[in-house]
Structures are given as structure tokens and as C-alpha cells.
Design a protein around this ligand. Structure first.
Ligand SMILES: [Zn+2]
Length: 309
């Protein structure tokens, strides 16, 4: 083979592959993009969950039914999803819980580290009759389902992605070792048991609020908060996010306890003086597609920045 031809053939092959790759990628976004249609779907799914699965208090048959409902919607969204049923201590005695996991594999193989997005789906049990948890539970459950679709459309992923819908986030009395976070503790323990490396755990909570303002709690991983703030800045959405001063307990706490970077994209100011939080006022008319669009775009861009690191 002449030297010139020897070099030309690989070059020609590379050009053909580049064209084929371009054709393959044309129908897909290389990066994750969360669209207006995704936000509308997130809202519609939250409304359906409220209608079909209320109440869904932690550790009850209502929560088990909601978990199966979410699993089915995730499968419809085109991601593989499974239920994880387990028993854990709770006030009044041990009871059964059910988490839902969906996984989107990395392009680079199964050994890649994991980016985990979390939302609880259970309802607060002491809010009175008719409590729907439209914002607190349902809004981010719908958001996570739509996000699963948006992330699986991204053509290239250096990380594995897990979407975890948790049971048992709400406490029955006051947060303590056996009250609240049972689902997140189980999920974090499962990641540890499976030997997975968690690069980031991002909790989403109460993000449907039509008057959206995200406060990143003080007791989270500051480097990860910087990524969320950078994502918001890039999108021109920084006015919706600030590093907060509140110390919170939420599902991300279970991942922090394992030493993994974790944060909470949460709006903990819901209605006048937070009056709609944990009351029957928490209904679908208080949440909006626009807020879910802002939250979904920030979550997807946070993924893009993390995935490029
Ligand atoms: Zn709550």
C-alpha cells in the first residue's frame, strides 16, 4: 500500500463515520433539553396522579398503588423502570414501602458514575381530609417523569442516570431515625450495596408552585449548588434561584449521609406565609406549567454541566 493511500483510507472512513454520526444525531439532541411540551406533560401527569392516586400516604396501599402507577408511566416514557418494595421501621411499627427506580444507561458503559434525580410521591398524612399534595409530591413526580424522557433523548451520556421516586419522604410526627425519609434511605443504601459511585444526587421538591422561587438549602454540597446556579445563569433563569440560608431535612439528606454530593432544588415558600404547605390548600390550581418548565430546564442543564465534568 502506498503511504498516501494508507493515510487516505482511514481519513475517508472517518469522514463517512462523521456523516453517519451526524445523520444519527440529527433527530436527537446531543445535550438534554427540557421543552415546553415536556413541562405541559409534567403538569398533566401530576394532575393524573392526584386524580388517580389520592391519598398516597407513606407505607399504605395508596402509596403502593401510586408507585405502580408511576412505574407504568415511566415505561410509557420509554425508560426501564422497576418497583422496590421493602419494609422499614415507622412510628406505630414496621410497615411496607415501595420506591420506583428508572435507569438510563451511560453511553460509555455500566461502570460509569451515577447522576441521581429524586422526587418523593407520598402525601403528608396529617394535613386533613382531601389533601392532594399537588405541589408537595405530585408536581415533581410529574416533573421527574418528563425529565426521564428529556434525559433519555440526550444522545451522549458519560454518566448513568437514575430517577428515583421515593415513598416515605413525609414524616408522620417529626423527622427522626424511624420517621420520614425511609424511601431515600433505602435508595441510598441500595446504591451503596450495588457498589455504585454517585457523582451527584439532586432532589426535586415543591417545584410546581406558580410563584416559583428556588432556595438551595444551606446544608447541601456547595460545589453542586454552584452547578445549579451556573445552569440557571446560562439559561437566563437566575432570578428564580438563590443559595438559601435554611437548613433542611429532605430526601437528599440520605445521600449526603453516604458522603455523596447532594442538593435540594426546592421552593419552600408556598402561598402567603407558606400557608398552602401541608394543608388541603395544596391543589392543582396553585401550580403551573411555567414553573415546571423553569424547574425542568434548570434540572436538565444541571445534568448537562455535571455530565460534561
Ligand atoms: Zn411535604
Amino acid at each position: 500500500m502506498k503511504p498516501a493511500l494508507k493515510w487516505m483510507l482511514p481519513a475517508a472512513l472517518a469522514a463517512v463515520l462523521a456523516v453517519l454520526g451526524g445523520v444519527w444525531l440529527r433527530g436527537r439532541n446531543v445535550r438534554a433539553v427540557f421543552s415546553q411540551a415536556d413541562a405541559a406533560e409534567a403538569f398533566a401527569l401530576a394532575a393524573r396522579l392526584v386524580k388517580d392516586c389520592t391519598p398516597r400516604h407513606a407505607g399504605t396501599s395508596g402509596a403502593r398503588r401510586a408507585a405502580e402507577w408511576i412505574r407504568q408511566r415511566a415505561v410509557e416514557a420509554g425508560v426501564s423502570a422497576r418497583l422496590d418494595e421493602f419494609r422499614a421501621k415507622a412510628p406505630g411499627g414496621e410497615c411496607g414501602f415501595a420506591n420506583v427506580y428508572a435507569e438510563i444507561p451511560a453511553s460509555s458503559g455500566s461502570a460509569a458514575p451515577w447522576i441521581v434525580f429524586i422526587s418523593h410521591f407520598d402525601t403528608y398524612p396529617n394535613a386533613g381530609l382531601g389533601f392532594e399534595g399537588a405541589n408537595d409530591g405530585a408536581s415533581t413526580t410529574g416533573l421527574l417523569l418528563a425529565l426521564a424522557k428529556a434525559l433519555s433523548r440526550a444522545a451522549l451520556r458519560r454518566h448513568n442516570v437514575a430517577l428515583v421516586w421515593t415513598d416515605g419522604e413525609e414524616s408522620r410526627g417529626a423527622y427522626g431515625p424511624d420517621d420520614g425519609l425511609q424511601g431515600a434511605i433505602r435508595a441510598a443504601d441500595e446504591f451503596r450495596r450495588l457498589g455504585r459511585t454517585v457523582a451527584a444526587a439532586v432532589n426535586l421538591d415543591m417545584l410546581g408552585d406558580r410563584d416559583l422561587h428556588i432556595d438551595l438549602p444551606a446544608n447541601t454540597t456547595s460545589a453542586l449548588n454552584e452547578v445549579v446556579l451556573k445552569a440557571a445563569r446560562r439559561l437566563g433563569l437566575i432570578s428564580f434561584v438563590s443559595p438559601g440560608t435554611l437548613e433542611m431535612t429532605d430526601d437528599y439528606s440520605a445521600f449526603l449521609a453516604h458522603g455523596w454530593p447532594a442538593t435540594d432544588i426546592i421552593d419552600f415558600s408556598y402561598g402567603p406565609d407558606n400557608r398552602w404547605w401541608h394543608t388541603p390548600e395544596d391543589t392543582m390550581d396553585k401550580i403551573s406549567v411555567e414553573s415546571l418548565l423553569v424547574a425542568g430546564r434548570i434540572a436538565a442543564e444541571t445534568f448537562n454541566i455535571l455530565d460534561a465534568q
